[in-house]
Design a protein around this ligand. Structure first.
Ligand SMILES: Cc1cc2nc3c(=O)[nH]c(=O)nc-3n(C[C@H](O)[C@H](O)[C@H](O)COP(=O)(O)OP(=O)(O)OC[C@H]3O[C@@H](n4cnc5c(N)ncnc54)[C@H](O)[C@@H]3O)c2cc1C
Length: 400
């Protein structure tokens, strides 16, 4: 049997497993430091209290058991790759592989030049950080309701970074605050959302249609958009900008940048400035090691680096998995051709803006519905495996 190890059970890692499972020449090993798959694309709804934990975290053991064919799940962090011996090391063991897919994603880059950001800013790329923000925010809403001494006080929620995740979080938080006004009263209106970015515009790199319509929606939601605002320093309750302005805040979420998660390796692969692996056109850093998703630099036909998205993570995973199948059969593989089918931006409640194949442009409820359809179909697929795996496991435990 050919051993294929996949490190990272995010969007890319799971798609690679789905593609390879059932191939009778292959035995599959999935590694993740967490016991669950975190649906980061839904983080905006989780932190705003719209989605629950079971909407964003799915048990990997159950998921792996949901297939007809065996997958070995190892809940451990991979710490070292020895490519000459074709082995990977965790804290407790060493595992051999024939092919390796690295799908380790990325983490929030709190930028060391922004003094205090790592200490005071919440990230959303890890479930525990999103959870910690959600809990604190919920506590604040509770206090607003229960504690007369803080009623009347303005609370500023600062979101650093107006890329896709920052915009989605700002919109969802504002929409939730609006809805809370009905239930917990006017004091919810004292929570103000600020969306801050050093760039000239929100959603840098996206099309004018997406940018303009998103801006309109954010304005309707009452969000204070602060572009061309370079954060220099953050302390416990103030954001300090390079041009001397200041903003008092109660909570700070930072989505301004990412740093890829890479693994120490004997071959020292090249990395770009966001720590992403620089791979060849077949997404390899070595003959038998593929890199996919957020952890590597992926370029389009015009050689522009593509923004890291779940969509590209899944496409690169399909490519790496099918390439491994071809290599096993001694067939040639073609370069990876990355193209983005479209983008949908969730903008609070049942509103979104989107573009498909660059000529279909939608906004409002229809865009929301299409985005929901995409995320729902992803979620339903995972949930089906999860339920099947859970049943299988509980039945076999019952038989013992
Ligand atoms: C708020 C928000 C909204 C977003 N919205 C969208 C959207 O609408 N559309 C879209 O396409 N994308 C969106 N994204 C981006 C998308 O979530 C990422 O691009 C996607 O998660 C990348 O998938 P991945 O498989 O490369 O990595 P990840 O999903 O980050 O998974 C990496 C996995 O690797 C594991 N891991 C890391 N290092 C190790 C190690 N050494 N050993 C073992 N395990 C390890 C981690 O635990 C993790 O499970 C959004 C992101 C955020 C934060």
């Amino acid at each position: 049997m050919i051993k294929v190890a996949v490190v990272g059970a995010g969007y890319g890692g799971l798609r690679a497993i789905e593609h390879l499972v059932g191939n009778e020449q292959v035995s599959l090993y999935l590694f993740d430091e967490n016991s669950y798959h975190y649906l980061q694309t839904e983080a905006y709804g989780y932190i705003a209290g719209r989605f629950d934990l079971h909407d964003v975290a799915l048990d990997l053991n159950n998921w792996c058991h949901g297939f007809k064919y065996p997958i070995t799940f190892i809940k451990e962090k991979v710490e070292y790759i020895n490519s000459s011996k074709r082995s990977i090391q965790t804290a407790s063991s060493t595992y051999d592989y024939d092919y390796l897919i690295i799908a380790t994603g990325a983490r929030t880059n709190f930028f060391s030049f922004i003094d205090g950001m790592d200490k005071y800013g919440y990230g959303v790329k890890k479930l525990f950080r999103s959870h910690s923000f959600r809990t604190s925010f919920e506590h604040l809403l509770y206090e607003k309701l229960e504690n007369p001494s803080i009623q009347g006080q303005t609370i500023n929620l600062a979101i650093g970074g107006a890329g896709l995740s920052g915009v989605e979080i700002a919109a969802e938080m504002s929409d939730v605050i609006k809805r809370h006004t009905k239930s917990i009263g006017e004091s919810a209106k004292e929570i103000k959302v600020y969306l801050i970015d050093a760039s000239e515009t929100i959603l840098p790199g996206m099309s004018p249609y997406i940018i303009e319509n998103t801006k309109n929606r954010l304005n309707d939601l009452g969000i204070n958009i602060m572009t061309k605002s370079f954060i220099e320093r953050v302390d416990l309750d103030t954001v300090y900008f390079k041009d001397g302005r200041k903003l008092d805040y109660t909570f700070m979420i930072f989505t301004g940048g990412i740093l890829a998660n890479t693994i120490e390796c004997d071959i020292n692969p090249s990395l770009n400035r966001t720590n992403q692996y620089i791979c060849d056109t077949t997404l390899r850093i070595e003959k038998n090691i593929f890199v996919i998703g957020d952890c590597c630099e992926i370029k389009d036909k015009k050689q522009n680096i593509l923004p890291p998205t779940a969509q590209i993570a899944e496409k690169s995973a399909e490519y790496a998995a099918s390439s491994i199948e071809k290599l096993i059969q001694n067939k040639e593989i073609q370069p990876f051709s990355a193209n983005v089918d479209g983008i949908f931006v969730a903008l609070g409640g049942k509103y979104a803006v989107g573009e498909l194949f660059s000529y279909i442009k939608v906004k409002g409820y229809l865009a929301y519905y299409l985005k929901k359809l995409i995320t729902k179909s992803y979620y339903i697929g995972l949930k089906f495996r999860l339920n099947t795996g859970f049943k299988k496991r509980t039945m076999s435990e019952g038989e013992e």
